[in-house]
Design a protein around this ligand. Structure first.
Ligand SMILES: *Cc1c(COP(=O)(O)O)cnc(C)c1O
Length: 413
């Protein structure tokens, strides 16, 4: 693997430059002072040519110059990234836009986008000699951390809120993580994890405060640019909880634009749930974030106090993007339309981007002659209860041909 071209970190609040070996947040701004990694993009442009990349493995490690890791360090063995981009013309027609593609992140090893961050987090933890890695999560960050940690034999400690869906808890337990189900919200689980990492010296995988994890999330933006090149759409749509995913995707697209892979940076559309929309409101009013009590069926974006809102807002603003909020009913509609019109089964937060695109069309943010790519961030098998609630139950019949005929006649088939 090629050498990392990491140069330094900058604070998203005060702009102070911090050496990569320094603290995980800005020494002046504390926990609010989240850091952003910068690379020598001039040098990266020389080795990361389209031809050179074609020779490399089809996973996130192909972008090693733009990742913060030693080239010969250990990596989780499960292949993360290089997920397919699927054309969705019938869904595009339903939404009233000129073109639509879906990037299916459910194809990652533990079935969500979070594997990108967890793989980098686990590799970085090993690089720093950590003996234990911990995180607080609405579900996917945890199940993915547990999977990646299991791949290399690193003990993982996880704090999840009481409402995490059962399939995600099952993933955690079967991968052998120590799981604490916190009697409280995601925010409370997050605070407990922060305090525990400080007291016990565990490696902290919490995405907002750990600048390296967003670098993992960035690989989706790098990939979209490399996979689509001149065909890059007008909009890239991402669902938003803490804000790390959209910030990462935007950063990846901007870096690939600097390297000449895409002719322009697409606009980013961030989508939150109506019941957890503090970033939508902070962006619209151009003010600091005010935490809310989160309530939505989309557990992965049920985040009332997003930690990385500044990175998300700054990146979306810098590419001329926007934020919208969608109701749970619109998310249910998107669960059905994504599966039925495009053949992709996403979890509620995974398809929220499609609901957001419909909203953005209504609001005139996205025009009829524009094209979009929606990042479907997690697999529908992560949350079958909501899928069944959106789709309805099957028809019960007796094991008998006449019983079938009766039902078919009654329904006019
Ligand atoms: C975590 C997650 C998101 C949102 O990512 P943030 O970094 O919290 O904004 C969206 N969809 C799924 C499926 C997720 O797991």
């Amino acid at each position: 693997m090629s050498e990392s071209l990491l140069s330094d970190l900058v604070c998203v609040v005060c702009g102070r430059e911090v050496a990569p070996e320094g603290a995980s947040t800005c020494p002046d701004c504390g926990l609010e002072g989240i850091l952003d990694a910068r690379y020598d993009l001039g040098r990266a442009a020389r080795s990361m040519t389209p031809e050179a990349l074609q020779q490399r493995a089809q996973d996130i490690w192909r972008y090693s110059e733009l990742l913060p890791l030693h080239p010969d360090g250990r990596r989780p063995p499960q292949p993360v990234g290089w997920t397919p981009i699927i054309d969705a013309p019938r869904l595009a027609a339903r939404l009233g836009i000129a073109g639509l593609a879906l990037k299916d992140e459910g194809r990652n090893p533990t079935a969500s986008f979070k594997d990108r961050a967890s793989a980098v987090g686990v590799a970085h933890a090993l690089q720093t000699g950590a003996a234990t890695i911990a995180c607080a999560s609405t579900g996917n960050a945890a199940s993915s951390l547990a999977g990646m940690a299991a791949g290399v034999g690193l003990p993982a400690i996880i704090f999840v809120p009481a409402r995490a869906p059962l399939p995600k808890i099952a993933q955690l337990r079967i991968f052998g993580a120590r799981v604490f189900r916190v009697d409280g919200t995601y925010e409370q689980a997050w605070d407990l994890c922060q305090a525990a990492c400080e007291r016990y010296g565990w490696y902290n995988r919490n995405c907002a405060v750990n600048p390296w994890l967003v670098e993992g999330k960035k690989t989706a933006g790098l990939e979209i640019a490399e996979q689509l090149r001149a065909d890059i759409p007008d909009w890239v749509v991402v669902s938003v909880g803490d804000g790390c995913t959209i910030a990462g995707v935007a950063k990846g697209l901007q870096e690939m634009h600097s390297l000449g892979f895409i002719p322009r940076v697409p606009r980013l559309l961030g989508v939150q749930a109506e019941g957890a929309r503090p970033i939508v409101d902070a962006f619209a009013a151009d003010r600091a974030l005010q935490p809310v009590a989160a309530e939505t069926c989309a557990d992965s974006i049920a985040v009332g106090h997003p930690r990385n809102w500044r990175k998300a807002v700054q990146r979306v603003r810098s590419c001329g993007g926007s934020f919208v909020a969608v109701s749970d009913a619109q998310i249910y509609e998107a669960l059905r339309s994504c599966a039925r019109l495009a053949g992709v089964f996403g979890e509620p937060a995974g398809v929220a981007g499609i609901a957001g695109l419909a909203r953005a069309r209504e609001q005139g943010i996205v025009a009829a002659d524009e094209r979009a790519l929606v990042v479907v961030t997690g697999s529908g098998l992560k949350d079958v209860d909501n899928a069944l609630a959106a789709a309805g139950p099957p028809q019960d019949i007796a094991a008998d041909l006449e019983a079938l005929a009766e039902v078919l006649t009654a329904s006019g088939d």
